[in-house]
Design a protein. Structure first.
Length: 98
């Protein structure tokens, strides 16, 4: 990996969430009246909800600095998060069939 960062071991659900974010998805947070986190919801680039993204998955990704929110917007993948992704054959964004 560039910049001397060691590879990060992440779970399957974290990997799926990062893949969805890399394709243009976002994580939206639900908070209570005191500002505490209630739920995290990952929306894919097509608007579908990713069931693998739970509050625990979000907290782990944020703790490892693989996702970030800028200007109060939704959480998106960081450069470090993109570098942690393992390539998958079914992760193409084009409609070309093999």
């Amino acid at each position: 990996m560039p910049f001397g960062h060691p590879p990060v071991n992440i779970s399957k659900s974290q990997q799926r969430t990062l893949h969805a974010l890399a394709q243009g998805g976002r994580i939206l947070l639900e908070r209570d009246q005191k500002g505490g986190l209630i739920a995290a919801e990952c929306l894919t680039h097509t608007g579908f909800v990713l069931p693998d993204c739970t509050l625990e998955v979000f907290k782990a990704l944020k703790r490892r600095r693989l996702v970030i929110s800028r200007g109060g917007g939704p959480y998106r993948i960081t450069r470090e998060g993109a570098l942690c992704l393992r390539s998958q054959g079914d992760n193409r964004t084009s409609s070309r069939a093999w």
